[in-house]
Design a protein around this ligand. Structure first.
Ligand code: HEC
Length: 139
């Protein structure tokens, strides 16, 4: 009879340990998931100081660009480029296919719109031609 009690006790103990390990494993995996997914599913705005020191133009979508585009390389690699909407889209797809860039989720549209507007090909690097000048003939 005593031996059976011992076996019952040990079985219950084993079950308790197993359940504890399972519980810890499940709560931890939830924690990791929670840390990653908000970046893709929610729009997070950063404070002015962070934006000012980022090297990016302050405009709608800048917070998302900082959060997603400065984790593997500097902001300079982004800001030195001038690309159209399609060009930025292609660059992002290239990074997703070859450089392990994650799915940008809800943030993708904002990021591409921001980049095309502030780092688009239409921004002239050179001055505009001079207009309204009265030219005269050289003798
Ligand atoms: C997971 C890492 C990672 C993230 C996040 C990331 N990139 Fe990149 N990106 C890379 C790597 C790696 C390169 C190649 C760097 C090199 O050539 O030395 C690169 C290169 C680039 C280039 C240069 C491409 C070229 O043709 O030379 C641009 C522009 C760029 N990234 C923009 C972005 C933008 C915009 C985002 C945000 C949406 C972003 N990156 C987020 C990894 C990443």
């Amino acid at each position: 009879m005593q031996k059976r009690n011992l076996i019952t006790f040990l079985s219950l103990l084993l079950a308790a340990v197993f359940l504890t390990v399972l519980f810890v494993a499940v709560t931890n995996s939830n924690k990791i998931e929670k840390e990653i997914t908000p970046l893709a599913t929610t729009i997070i705005e950063l404070d002015e100081k962070t934006i000012a020191s980022s090297g990016f133009v302050n405009d709608t979508g800048v917070s998302q660009v900082i959060q997603h585009c400065t984790q593997c390389h500097s902001s300079t690699l982004v800001t030195q480029n001038r690309l159209s909407e399609a060009g930025w889209k292609a660059t992002i797809e290239w990074m997703q296919e070859t450089q392990n860039l994650w799915d940008l989720g809800k943030n993708e549209e904002r990021i591409i719109a921001y980049l095309a507007k502030n780092y688009g090909p239409t921004k002239k690097g050179r001055r505009q031609p001079i207009k309204g000048v009265e030219w005269y003939e050289l003798d």
